[in-house]
Design a binder for this molecule. Sequence first.
Ligand code: HEC
Ligand code: HEC
Length: 294
Amino acid sequence: MTEPIQPIPLALALDQNKVNLGKHLFEDVRLSKDNQVSCLSCHSFSTGGADRTLHEVGGKGLGSISTQTVFNSGFNFRFNWNGKFENLVDQIDSLMQNPNVMGSNWGEVVNKLRSSPEYVQAFARIYSDGLSPLSIKDAIATYEQSLYTPNSRFDQFLQGDKQALTAAEQQGYRIFKNYGCISCHQGVNIGGNIFQRFGVIGDYFADRGNITKADLGRFNVTEDEADRYVFRVPSLRNVALTPPYFHDGSAQTLEQAISVMAKYQLGRPLSKQQTKLITQFLHTLSGEYLGKPL
Ligand code: HEC
Ligand code: HEC
């Protein structure tokens, strides 16, 4: 029987020298204008690769948006809540120049990093053009691809170990499939591979109120009316570790998020018991990074 969700591979073939270099860059505050912030500041590994906070990073006047995890982002088909970027390299470009993120520019960053002989040597060993904006982005993007989290209990279950999930967790997975969550959250990342409107059945935004520009989602990218309130379906990998939920951070718990989904995406409320079972299932999606549980 083929399952609509695939396990994360246990290993990916990546250039380990680039991964190591990318890790240094990811943690280096010199990538920010004031030398105060690194990528890790908002994407801490102790909180699932995100920071449980909203930030005004989407662009001028867009409004605040919840931090997405860097874990498994390499499996997503587009990047950011509204799917603005088609690849990680373009996303890094925008982060670097965004005043609410790194607030810097490539000229400054290259100059600062050139003062470090370790960087100059490492880049020269790996890249024919040495230390440059392109090679910096390539190293960070390669490191990001290395941030995958295989071997969750659910993946063990998918690979044939039926003992890996309790009966309740398996029941939660069945409800997740039978109710239709699976129609949007599927594939290797249990999301991250399609765009969908937030509010398919009811009008989520009218009910919540205080609509911001960020709420318009993909409309901000395409200006196509059909894309109003449309978002990239988020991955549910490690989701138990990354509250608050939704682009607006409006749901504090998984139970709240699941109820909102049942109401506005499927139009069929779930019982308390069903919500609890799905929550238990979602907890089995937490994986391992470098062999250790997140
Ligand atoms: C000030 C906090 C902050 C800093 C610093 C920061 N990020 Fe983020 N990051 C965010 C937020 C918020 C989002 C969600 C943005 C959106 O969807 O519009 C995000 C999204 C992302 C995503 C997209 C994930 C996905 O699947 O769509 C990646 C990848 C990422 N950041 C990598 C980085 C890298 C690399 C750096 C350093 C160059 C960095 N971030 C620095 C807050 C931050
Ligand atoms: C029609 C497509 C669709 C269906 C069906 C659907 N979802 Fe979602 N889901 C989304 C979208 C789109 C978002 C992002 C909403 C936003 O914040 O803008 C989302 C977000 C979530 C989140 C929050 C993730 C995060 O990181 O913030 C959870 C949890 C979730 N869904 C679980 C479920 C469950 C459980 C079901 C079934 C009861 C379900 N979804 C059904 C499209 C869908």
